[in-house]
Design a protein around this ligand. Structure first.
Ligand code: ATP
Ligand code: MG
Length: 420
């Protein structure tokens, strides 16, 4: 019996991977334009990294990690996200000693033990960026601008940037206190998760999906009214930069990041019409994270976006990507005897960077033409017969159906010139 792929994972077949490559290439190009360079970190890390770098009160650490002991008795975890690893790499490789800011991007598989559903998998893929060493609000606006550019370049509609500020270690304790004071009289009526969050992570109560909790949050104090002067100034400047770039946003005072290392900007990008999993991108500033992972205090800001959700959104909006497939030249053999010559031609074409295909199942000429349709080649060569006896091959331009005889030893150069 066939062993099936694990629950919550996907096989991406060639029709899919062509689209993935198109989108990945677009992301690489945008990153180059914005000055972000690629970093590749291990797929697994010491579990301790995520305990500190993601935070032990998060859903990720509490219930979603793929953690196991390796043969050497170490606790290893498949990365559930890439920010902690990027921070570790920044510190471990002393990137802080070079020119700042350090602007990095990554893309690849992440692993979370979640309940699989539409847009939610156990192995999924993120693209993300991190900017280390810049406290400027320009960095916050720039990462939002990069995500915005990407979704727009794909042609997606109905995008909404949600923006908030969660303050800093100076002003957040006061806010936290105000929120707890507001909620304390109703503590017993909050959901069990929020009751647990009340002491450890009260800001997370703000984005609880439970309707009862939402009910008790009506009129709750908001972070923006508790920001210190510095945080308030920073927030105003981020908005100013976004305005300047013509990027619309909505202030969402329920948007929070519960952990202490998050500071100032929190943002999410939502897509209005893809159903339940509408958050396609989330990020913000984390000025205390590098220190938390063991480096020197270093400002940082970044986001991660879910690749599968990009493809869901493209499908939902009926957007076809202009992916290239097929080949340039199909070389057909009149019979078995011409096969070595076909093979030589195909090889010479490929050496000239021309994509070339041929039949290797011994099909009849008619069946070869039918097979060739699949490749939508620009030219077909037919090798054999009287033409070959004259030292020529027949070259057919598939767009115009024009045929001509071309000397065997000139046809590769001619095709290279035409397809140049
Ligand atoms: P959600 O609220 O949907 O669980 P999250 O807060 O866990 O999202 P982040 O950790 O900020 O998400 O990850 C950033 C992005 O990665 C999300 O906006 C989403 O697009 C994508 N993502 C997160 N978890 C999954 C998953 N299990 N499957 C597919 N995509 C995911
Ligand atoms: Mg999640």
């Amino acid at each position: 019996m066939l062993t099936k792929r694990p629950r919550g994972t996907n096989d991406f077949l060639p029709a899919d991977t062509a689209k993935w490559q198109y989108v990945e290439d677009m992301l690489r190009r945008i990153c180059r334009e914005f000055g972000y360079e690629e970093i590749r970190t291990p797929i697994f890390e010491d579990t301790a990294l995520f305990l500190r770098g993601v935070g032990d009160t998060t859903d990720i650490v509490q219930k979603e990690m793929y953690t196991f002991e390796d043969a050497g008795g170490r606790s290893i975890t498949l990365r559930p996200e890439n920010t902690a690893s990027a921070v570790r790499a920044y510190v471990e490789n002393k990137l802080f000693a070079g020119v700042q800011p350090v602007k990095l991007f990554y893309m690849g598989p992440m692993f979370r033990y979640e309940r699989p559903q539409a847009g939610r998998f156990r192995q999924f893929h993120q693209f993300g960026i991190e900017c280390f060493g810049a406290a400027s609000p320009a960095a916050d606006a720039e990462i939002i601008a990069l995500a915005w550019e990407f979704y727009n370049r794909l042609g997606l509609k109905g995008l909404e940037v949600n923006l908030n500020s969660v303050g800093c270690p100076h002003c957040r304790p006061l806010y936290r206190q105000a929120l707890q004071d507001f909620l304390r009289p109703h503590l017993g009526e909050l959901c069990p998760t929020c009751q647990e969050r009340f002491e450890k992570n009260p800001l997370r109560i703000l984005d609880c999906k439970n309707p009862d909790c939402q009910q008790h949050l009506v009129g709750a104090p908001i972070t923006l009214e508790h920001l210190c002067d510095d945080c308030s100034e920073h927030f105003t400047a981020v908005k100013r930069y976004l305005d300047e770039a013509g990027i619309p946003y909505r202030i969402n005072d329920r948007l929070v990041r519960g952990l202490d290392y998050y500071t100032n900007t929190a943002f999410e990008i939502l897509l209005s019409d893809i159903g339940a999993q509408s958050a396609v991108c989330g990020g913000g500033r984390y000025n205390s994270l590098v220190e938390q992972v063991g480096g020197k205090p270093t400002p940082g800001v970044g986001f991660a976006l879910g690749m599968e959700r990009v493809f869901n959104a493209l499908a939902a909006q009926g957007i076809e990507l202009p992916v290239q497939s097929g080949t340039d030249v199909f070389v057909a053999a009149l019979g078995e005897a011409e096969m070595p010559l076909v093979f030589r031609l195909v090889t010479e074409l490929r050496r000239r960077n021309i994509a070339a295909a041929y039949d290797m199942l011994g099909r009849s000429l008619k069946a070869q033409f039918k097979y060739a349709d699949k490749f939508s080649a620009a030219y077909t060569l037919i090798v054999g017969g009287d033409e070959l006896a004259r030292g020529n091959v027949l070259m057919r331009d598939m767009a115009t159906s024009e045929q001509q005889e071309v000397p065997l030893d000139e046809v590769v150069a001619l095709l290279a010139e035409r397809l140049g």
